[in-house]
Design a binder for this molecule. Sequence first.
Ligand SMILES: [Zn+2]
Length: 208
Amino acid sequence: MYLHFTNHFIHKLFPHYVWRLPTAEKVIYLTFDDGPIPEVTPWVLTELEKYNAKATFFCVGDNVRKHPSIFEQVVAAGHSIGNHTFNHLNGWKTIDNIYLENVKRCQNYLDESQKNAKKLFRPPHGRLSSSQSALLRKEYEIIMWDVLSGDFDQSLKAEVCLQKTIRYTQKGSIVVFHDSQKAKKNLYFTLPRYLDHFSKQGFCFKVW
Ligand SMILES: [Zn+2]
């Protein structure tokens, strides 16, 4: 069970997290979680390039370890990088020191690409205890989302995935896609059409 969007109530409940970046400009902040993997990430890079779109990739450290050249492609294309733990841990089921250690282990693989940037973190499943959150905020900006594409949902029809992702997007939205095997079916249908739809409306896709 998940929602395709997060509302003001949730945003107010967790004011320390970044949910969207309200603006009068036609800007969308795309994010891709769980990569990099050779089967999907290079395809995403090609699609983004067609629209001169920049995005933030919340990488799983173990995937960066396994696929360093794919990670380098993401960095070389000028996209932004965020930390998504080393093993995609669920914060609600993991004690603080193990969780923090896992974030740090991921960070070791990202640091070269983030020398001058502010460190970004997104908790897998959006799940983080309040103590984990307080500890991580000393070092990271915690980036959530206001639009969840649901691309990972195998039971979701690709057309519905596209429609809902378009419907909930507004100026300054932070939108979640996944460069993962599980999301491939919906992503391959949705991402090109989504980019096309908003480009035609004069939107651009940026990183912060
Ligand atoms: Zn994830």
